[in-house]
Design a binder for this molecule. Structure first.
Ligand SMILES: *Cc1c(COP(=O)(O)O)cnc(C)c1O
Ligand SMILES: [Zn+2]
Length: 419
């Protein structure tokens, strides 16, 4: 761990030694989210692009020298990361773009990008000898932590709002986690988890409060850059709830630039749902002041009243000359349909929000046809079937006879020659 030189508070700028604090800045409290500082010279002596090219490790651990972990024997034996980056030519064509790529992070073990953070949390917790790991979550961070803990038999306690989509709760139960359905919102579960961790000494995997989560999440953009042969895209569209993923994307790009592996950074575009747009609103007011507001979007994974990683999220966008964009639930459902039909990738609503942002900008003429664009798809559609069914029309029910099929052909509802 000699490559981690400190933890810096994003609020007051104080720097703490790597083992000096567990979670947040003692001066600023829960708002004092910490950012890891690295010794890039040391890292450069251990990790090079040509070494990576020869590394057969197809998981986030191929970037271990850039991560706050030491002993990879503590990691779960599950394949986290190195998800596909698809060239989405047909989707690009419909939008008048030429280079559109989809990073399908629904392909992780628990089917969301959260596995990147949970994998790091698990190693950190085991390194510290934690008896129990706990997390509050809208659903995906929870199912992800439960999944990775199951991989090594690590006990975990999960707090989710009782309205979490049933598939995510099913995942938790199948992975054998102790599950608490909190009669309240995600924000209520989050605060309760903070309290319980303090009271019982559980290791806390809560997003943002645990500074190592954005380090895990940054691996998504390390992969994107490597998959594009270190020629970064012009823009990357990221679904945003608490802001940890987008903060991680900013961090990963900063790392790569510090190592001299990329020459320029893509513009980072944060996409929020209209019904959960606290960060986008702060962005358009030009302030870092957060005005919490209860969420109303169907995209449950980005439904947060009070984004916990606000400063990292706003600064990642600002430093990249990016922007925030807001999309409606209708646009998210349309993005799910269009993405599915043109690429074969099935996203949950939050997972499709980045694509919804691309569609919105393409239609508003804010993307040049020759710009290379990456959209992160952060979670798989099977996690929330009820929402997916809202995006599509009910198919016809027919009698089991060819005549019924023929009738549909006659009505022009099926391809074929009308008889
Ligand atoms: C958690 C999550 C997000 C948002 O990530 P934040 O770090 O909270 O901004 C987006 N999509 C999916 C599928 C998620 O699970
Ligand atoms: Zn501070």
């Amino acid at each position: 761990m000699d490559h981690v030189i400190g933890l810096q508070c994003v609020r007051c700028g104080r720097i703490y030694p790597p083992t000096g604090v567990a979670y947040t800045c003692p001066t600023c409290g829960d708002e004092g989210i910490l950012d890891l500082l690295y010794d890039y010279e040391r890292i450069a002596g251990r990790l090079r692009r040509d070494l990576l090219a020869r590394n057969p490790e197809r998981t986030i651990w191929r970037y271990a020298p850039l991560l706050p972990v030491e002993d990879l024997r503590l990691a779960a034996p599950l394949t986290v990361g190195w998800t596909p980056l698809y060239r989405a030519d047909r989707l690009a064509g419909e939008l008048g773009l030429s280079g559109l790529y989809i990073k399908d992070d629904g392909r992780n073990p628990s089917a969301s990008l959260k596995d990147r953070a949970s994998a790091v949390a698990l190693v950190r917790a085991r390194q510290e000898g934690a008896a129990v790991i706990a997390a509050a979550s809208t659903g995906n961070a929870a199912s992800s932590l439960a999944c990775l803990c199951a991989g090594v038999g690590q006990p975990c306690v999960i707090l989710v709002p009782e309205a979490a989509p049933p598939a995510k709760v099913a995942q938790l139960l199948i992975f054998g986690a102790r599950v608490l359905l909190v009669q309240g919102s995600y924000d209520d579960a989050f605060d309760l988890c903070l309290e319980a961790c303090r009271a019982y000494g559980w290791y806390n995997r809560n997003t943002a409060v645990n500074p190592y989560m954005s380090e895990g999440k940054k691996t998504v953009i390390l992969e994107v850059c490597e998959q594009l042969n270190w020629d970064p895209p012009d823009l990357v569209f990221v679904p945003v709830g608490d802001g940890c993923i987008i903060g991680g994307v900013g961090k990963g790009l900063r790392d790569l630039q510090a190592l001299g592996w990329i020459e320029r950074r893509p513009r980072i575009i944060g996409v929020q749902a209209e019904g959960s747009a606290v960060l986008a609103r702060a962005w358009s007011r030009g302030t870092e002041e957060i005005l919490p507001r209860p969420p109303t979007t169907l995209a449950d994974s980005i439904a947060v009243a009070k984004p916990r990683d606000a400063l990292k999220a706003l600064r990642a966008v600002r430093e990249s000359d990016g922007a925030y964009v807001v999309v409606s639930d209708e646009e998210i459902l349309e993005a799910m349909r269009l993405l599915g039909r043109t690429t074969g990738v099935f996203a949950e609503p939050a997972g499709a929000a980045g694509v919804a942002g691309v569609i919105r900008w393409a239609r508003e003429g804010r993307l040049r046809g020759d710009e290379r664009v990456v959209a992160l798809v952060t979670g798989n559609g099977l996690k929330d079937i009820a929402s997916a069914l809202k995006a599509v029309a009910e198919p016809p029910r027919i009698a089991p006879r060819l005549e019924a099929v023929q009738q549909l052909i006659r009505e022009g509802l099926l391809p074929g020659v009308a008889g």
